[in-house]
Design a protein around this ligand. Sequence first.
Ligand code: HSE
Length: 298
Amino acid sequence: DSLHIFAPATVANVAAGFDILGFALNAPGDEITIRKTDTPGITIHNKTEFASMPLAPEKNTAGVALQAYLQHLGSEHGFEITFLKKIKPGSGIGSSAASSAAAVFGANELLGRPLERKDLVQFAMQGEKLASGSAHADNVAPALMGGFVLVRSYNPLDLVTIPVPENLYASVIHPQIELKTEDSRRVLRKQILLKDAVVQWGNTAGLIAGLFKGDYELIGRSLQDVIIEPIRSLLIPGFESIKTAALQAGALGCSISGSGPSIFTLSTSEATAQTVAKAMQQMCSQQGIESEIHVSPI
Ligand code: HSE
């Protein structure tokens, strides 16, 4: 009655798709052990050395997600969860999302899979709401469903899996500074100009078309965000020079991963993705900032 679960890091927004696009990485990912107990209630333990977390279920992102799931089912079962997080909180690659996704996925398996993966997203989103004040799905949906996911609509929730061409690799650099999603959402403007919206939805549609057609150049020129990136990049030291280094090293495109400070790029081969990651890391260290890099097929 116990399971060990891996939940992947995710890249949300993917340049122009603020709150509506995301994809899963192979690594890093959070690990949890989840056990079904005979008595009701959720107990949380944390074995992660680098991150503390509230252990009271109503204050823990995964606890809140699991509570929402159990409430929906009217289940009286209890669960004990032990976290071994590998994704640093505040990194911009879906740390809170991975924990919430792992908890609801694990409970759903232990209860005999009453719901499909796609139907678990709405509960994992409650964890995001607690973590950042906003119930966005662009990290939890790919964490649960894998691959590349479009949130076509929030109300009602409409999730669409997007195919990914064979040779697409992500490089992610995580400058070792912490940026809370809540803070990097607060800096955003509530209103945008129509002319910017036109550019943005052109790029969103272009990216989706590029993924369907396997047109790497179209994917590359669609990786542009004229609304969110100009504001959030100010919170990431050296962003412009890191982006320039990535493009010079052969990346198709480059933008902020989720709410930052991580930066992601896409490339058409693993070798290029490695070269790009190293070029970004070198540029980051020139700013005096340590970083971690990850390369993963999508
Ligand atoms: N879409 C969310 C944001 C992702 O950009 O705030 C947070 O990881």
